[in-house]
Design a protein. Structure first.
Length: 278
């Protein structure tokens, strides 16, 4: 993964801390600066498929098993640290490229300025393509304007996002099911199997959605666009990690083996195993 400007001013945590896997995902590198001591850390994160670009800086929310984009770049993070004397202070830094702030701004104009909101959402999803809520909001707005093809494509991206940044909102699967009527995406693996997909994990002895995931992953990886398969595999490991040990055993899931396989898939299809910064 690309070595960003300013990284030498940060103290990367050891491999035993947030080393990456299903949670936090491969490509997340925690740092000691401004850590709270309760398991929450800031860290550098390279979105899947963008290992050759500069990372964003994310906040690790361990109680929610999640990540949140906190700064658009390492230099902005360093500015914020300086303003707050190296601690998690209340002094904010100007960060006009931060996708979380831009999304909140966009939500305020959804009802009254749909075309402008769509343009802003396209930019947000392009800059950070792993948040399900961003893609779902874009898909919903496109549906309002009658653009069924781009709506379907955004719905696919909403589901094949990185669930560490939030689960797909209610309605995502319905949009996938509606996409079965859009010829250009009707054969997409997720669209084709959408009637079998239920975003409901944990608390059951069996869950057939994992089998659907495995089939869709294989189809994406065999296609000209393997990235959704990599992201679905990330989500497969993420959700399986939260299942009981007996459930994992019945499904042949061992996190160490999954992590090794996932890293190999990244190396094969993305050209980077997402373990090292260089």
């Amino acid at each position: 993964m690309k070595r960003p400007e300013g990284i030498d001013a940060l103290t990367l945590a050891g491999e035993g801390l947030g080393a990456g896997g299903a949670y936090p995902p491969l490509g997340f590198k925690p740092v000691w600066e401004a850590e709270l001591g309760n398991g929450d850390y800031y860290g550098l994160y390279w979105p899947y498929g963008r290992e050759d670009q500069d990372p964003v800086v994310c906040d690790m929310l361990h109680d929610q098993w999640g990540l949140e984009v906190a700064f658009s770049s390492v230099p902005v993070f360093l500015q914020w640290l300086k303003l707050n004397d190296g601690f998690r202070g209340d002094t904010e830094v100007n960060d006009p490229h931060l996708v979380t702030s831009r999304f909140h701004t966009t939500r305020a104009i959804l009802q009254h300025q749909p075309e402008e909101a769509i343009a802003m959402l396209r930019g947000i999803c392009s800059d950070f393509p792993e948040c399900a809520e961003y893609w779902f909001t874009l898909a919903s707005q496109l549906r309002r304007t009658g653009d069924q093809e781009e709506c379907a494509q955004a719905a696919i991206r909403a589901f094949a996002s990185n669930w560490v940044f939030g689960m797909p909102p209610n309605g995502t699967v319905r949009l996938l099911q509606s996409a079965q009527n859009v010829p250009s995406v009707a054969d997409d693996p997720l669209v084709a199997r959408s009637s079998e997909i239920v975003v409901n994990f944990g608390g059951t002895k069996e869950n057939r959605v994992y089998e659907v995931f495995r089939d869709c992953i294989a189809q994406y990886l065999a296609s000209s666009n393997p990235l959704p398969g990599i992201l679905l595999n990330q989500n497969y490991g993420y959700m399986m990690l939260m299942e009981t040990g007996s459930f994992q055993e019945r499904n042949g899931f061992k996190v160490e083996e999954w992590l090794a396989q996932h890293s190999e898939l990244c190396a094969t299809y993305l050209g980077d195993n997402r373990k090292t910064i260089s």
